[in-house]
Design a protein around this ligand. Structure first.
Ligand code: NI
Length: 169
């Protein structure tokens, strides 16, 4: 088992709406293991299944990654935001849109429900960066990218930058 390369914008799979996970089987566990391995090799806090080419409602994250420790892995499948409160604007990045950070408005506190890797129902209360990360990953499962949250002016600047980078890189 090895890490998978992160799929970059504008690959169309990033725009697909993911299928809910229905079978918690060995095949799924293999995909999760690969995603976890990928998570710990990339410079990000979370990886959503579409970013590794699987159109499944599943993401993995670890908020402790910043300290370089692997101690708080969360696997969340079929997530649903039950409630949200407040709003905050902060800089965000995405592994599928490398080397780009921009301010995005998100709910400051959320309650999410879903299932863990064994199919057991879980609920997560999150705020601040944790809430932001979950909202970002759930967006990925719906085919939404952070650039969709930008003003058209900022989005156009970003799109031009990506085009330019492609030409020179
Ligand atoms: Ni992302």
């Amino acid at each position: 088992m090895s890490a998978i390369e992160i799929i970059k914008f504008p690959d169309p799979i990033l725009r697909e709406k993911s299928r809910p996970v229905t079978d918690v089987d060995g095949l799924l566990q293999g995909i999760i293991d690969q995603m976890v391995e990928t998570l710990y090799e990339v410079p990000g806090l979370g990886v959503a299944a579409p970013q590794v080419g699987k159109s499944l409602s599943l993401f993995v994250y670890d908020m402790t990654l910043k300290e370089g420790e692997k101690q708080k892995l969360t696997v969340l499948m079929n997530p649903e935001i039950v409630s949200r409160e407040g709003e905050e604007i902060a800089e965000e990045g995405c592994l599928s849109i490398p080397d780009y950070w921009e301010k995005v408005k998100r709910s400051s506190r959320i309650l999410v429900k879903g299932i863990d890797r064994h199919g057991k129902e879980i609920r997560i209360e999150a705020e601040g960066l944790h809430a932001r990360l979950i909202q970002h990953e759930i967006d990925h499962l719906n085919g939404v990218l952070m650039l969709d949250h930008l003003s058209s002016l900022k989005r156009n600047i970003l799109l031009r930058k990506i085009k330019k980078a492609k030409k020179t890189g």
